[in-house]
Each structure stands twice: as C-alpha cells, then as structure tokens.
Design a binder for this molecule. Structure first.
Ligand SMILES: NC(=O)c1ccc[n+]([C@@H]2O[C@H](COP(=O)([O-])OP(=O)(O)OC[C@H]3O[C@@H](n4cnc5c(N)ncnc54)[C@H](OP(=O)(O)O)[C@@H]3O)[C@@H](O)[C@H]2O)c1
Length: 345
C-alpha cells in the first residue's frame, strides 16, 4: 500500500483528493491536515463522507509524516508549499504540489506574478505534471508541480498543434469559463451566491496569473517564445471548465487532418477523448471524471482552427491529475483509482 498524506484536505481540491484516494485500491490515507478543523473528523466537515472518511484532521507537523507516508499532496494556497516541501523531501517523501509554487522552471517569472520564491532551486528541478505530455519525466520525478486548471484545459488541445508547427504562435486567443469551486472554499464577495447566480462575467481580462504558466509551457513545446491573449469567465455552476481556443493555421488543413493528428498524438492516452466531427464537448460529460474532451472546427473562410476543451476543474484540473501523476511516479497504471464512469446526465 502507498501511504499518503494530504495537506489542506478540507479545501475543495484537498477534499477531492480524499474522495478519489479513498477509492484508490493501492492507497492508504495516513494523515490529513487542516488548521481550522484540527481535531475534527473529516466527515464533520463534509457530511457526505460519514462512515467513509471519519479520520480526524491534524495540524501540520513534520513528525506526522516522517516514516509514515510515502507521498504527500499539498493542496494549500501558493506560498505555503514552498515552506513545507523542502523538509518533506529531505525525508525522502515524494510530493505532488497542487499550488503554483513548483509549476515554473523559470523562477523569476513565478516571482514576478506571485512572490519571492524561497525554494527556487527545487522549483527548477521539479517536473510540470501535465500527465499526458510529460509522463516519462513524471515516472522518475520526486516533486511534481501539478498544473493549474485553466492551463490544463488550454495546453492539452494546443500543445500537439504547437509542437508540430500547425498554428501561428502569435495568433492564439482563448477564453475559458470556470465553475465557482475553482476559487476555493474560503468565503469571498466575488463567489457569494447572489454575485454569481444567474449571471456570467469575465474577470482578470488578459491579466490572469495562469497566463505565464500557459506561455512557459507553450514556448517549451513550440521551441520559441509564445504569447497569447486569455480571458477567464466565472459561470454559475459548482464544477466544470470549458475553454475555447482560436488560432490561425500555418497551412490550410482540413478538420479531418487535425482530428487525425490529435487522435494519433493521444492514441494511447485514456483520459483524452477527441470528439467526432460535428460534436462538441459539454462540461457535464466529464463531471467528476479525469477526462479532457476536445472538439474542433476549421473556420475555412478565415483559415482558423477553433478548439473546445472541457474538464472538471477539481478532477483533471486538480486532484485527478495529481493522482494520475502519483500513479505514474509509483509505477502504477495511470488510470488506477481514476476510472470512474461518467454521469450520463
Ligand atoms: N479549486 C480548484 O479548482 C483548483 C484547481 C487547481 C489547483 N488548485 C490549487 O489547489 C490549492 C488549494 O486550492 P483550493 O481551491 O482547494 O483552496 P481552498 O478550498 O481555499 O482550500 C485551502 C486549504 O488549505 C488550508 N490552509 C492551510 N493554511 C492556509 C492558509 N494560511 N490560508 C488559507 N488556507 C490554508 C485550508 O484549511 P485550513 O484553513 O483549515 O488550514 C484548506 O484546507 C491552491 O493552491 C489552488 O491554486 C485549485
């Protein structure tokens, strides 16, 4: 059995980790942490878990982890993981960090958009956990910077085209719509029921912190600097994310050519599903699953490709991909514990 610890287990991403790992056949959850709920049973925080996960939360202390866990998931706000990950790793514990702290190879870019990094060297050696793209590196990694939800939904459809010089790198525009759980569990005016219900708004227009993460990874795939325009939106649903990407094709190409290219790029990747001609994905098709569904259309009049991707922000966009990465790191089939059947409606 793989013994795991979850830091920040009572947040939305952490609770999703508990849900997935509780059903993982090769995992035993050894310790879960929370400051506010230290000493409180997880099922008292999330009553749906009664009888399923009654373990009490603990305050974080390194002694609860040394020789007691093999892998730790840090589902904490950014800035906190960089202070705990070095000591966990010093005790040969593998880490999958869900925050932004270890996503950047270029640490000055992280520092420009977040804050001073106190474990910059570790960040440079971490592996970016976009499972389908970096599976080989992930298998031998000790520290994974798990991707953000918006970057996951944008990079999975775009990297195969960027890497094969099929789209003009200076022409990429994307917009994405996220469910409110993307903002986490803590209370804020912007995610208050009356502020989001029956409404729909753009926010952080062309200014979201996930843009440098997307650009770093697109630039690596393109082998040249890539800049994009990206606009996120908040929609009144609990979970789910739909991203639409528009880009100019380098050469005229048929929709079939591009679909075949995506299908062949991801031919052995269970969690990527390319939609048939005329079918576009719906967030409800991937709810609670680790799938990323991708639809596409060539706008022949303008020589543009339009790509539409959907993920569950809490699963493929956070906890599911984190577990997929743990599976790869621990030599398991990447699907283990993640093969739940989608909800038909
Ligand atoms: N939500 C998503 O869709 C999503 C997607 C991708 C990545 N992520 C990343 O996952 C991480 C967790 O996100 P989340 O949405 O689960 O957030 P959240 O719901 O706000 O949960 C944060 C967790 O961290 C704990 N925590 C410990 N110290 C804290 C501190 N000083 N301030 C605030 N919380 C503290 C909280 O519990 P206590 O306060 O009791 O300690 C809680 O368990 C973030 O880095 C986020 O960027 C989230």
């Amino acid at each position: 059995m793989i013994r795991v610890g979850i830091l920040g287990a009572t947040g939305y991403a952490g609770a999703e980790l508990v849900r997935i790992l509780r059903g993982h056949p090769d995992v035993e959850i050894a310790v879960i942490t929370s400051r506010q709920y230290a000493g409180v049973s997880f099922s008292d925080v999330y009553p749906a878990m009664r009888g399923i996960m009654d373990m009490p939360c603990r305050e974080y202390h390194i002694d609860h982890f040394v020789n007691q866990v093999d892998v730790v998931f840090t589902a904490l706000p950014h800035k906190l993981p960089m202070s705990v990950v070095p000591e966990l790793m010093a005790h040969q514990i593998k880490v999958v960090d869900l925050s932004a702290d270890f996503r950047f190879r270029n640490v000055p870019v992280y520092e420009k958009h977040y804050q001073h990094h106190t474990a910059g060297k570790l960040s440079e050696s971490a592996v970016y956990g976009l499972s389908e793209i970096h599976a080989e590196k992930i298998r031998t990694a000790s520290l994974i910077g798990n991707p953000g939800c918006y970057p996951t939904s944008l990079l999975l459809p775009l990297i195969p085209l960027i890497a094969h010089k099929m789209v003009k790198t200076g022409s990429i525009i994307a917009d994405a719509k996220s469910g409110v759980s993307g903002a986490g569990r803590s209370i804020s005016l912007g995610t208050h029921f009356c502020e989001v219900n029956e409404s729909f708004k753009a926010y952080k227009v062309a200014d979201h912190r996930h843009i440098p993460e997307m650009e770093e990874n697109l630039s690596i795939a393109a082998k040249e600097p890539v800049q994009i325009t990206f606009v996120p939106h908040l929609v009144p649903m609990t979970r789910g994310m739909l991203t639409t990407i528009y880009a100019e094709l380098c050469q005229p190409a048929s929709e079939n050519d591009i679909r075949e290219h995506l299908e062949s790029y991801y031919h052995d990747r269970y969690f990527i599903r390319i939609c048939r001609e005329g079918i576009f994905p719906d967030v409800s098709h991937v709810k609670t699953t680790n799938f990323c569904d991708i639809g596409l259309k060539v706008d022949k009049r303008n020589n543009r490709i339009v790509l539409v991707s959907v993920i569950d922000n809490l699963v493929k966009g956070a906890a599911g991909q984190a577990v997929q990465n743990m599976n790869l790191m621990m030599g398991l089939d990447e699907r283990t514990g993640l093969d739940s059947v989608p909800l038909p409606v």
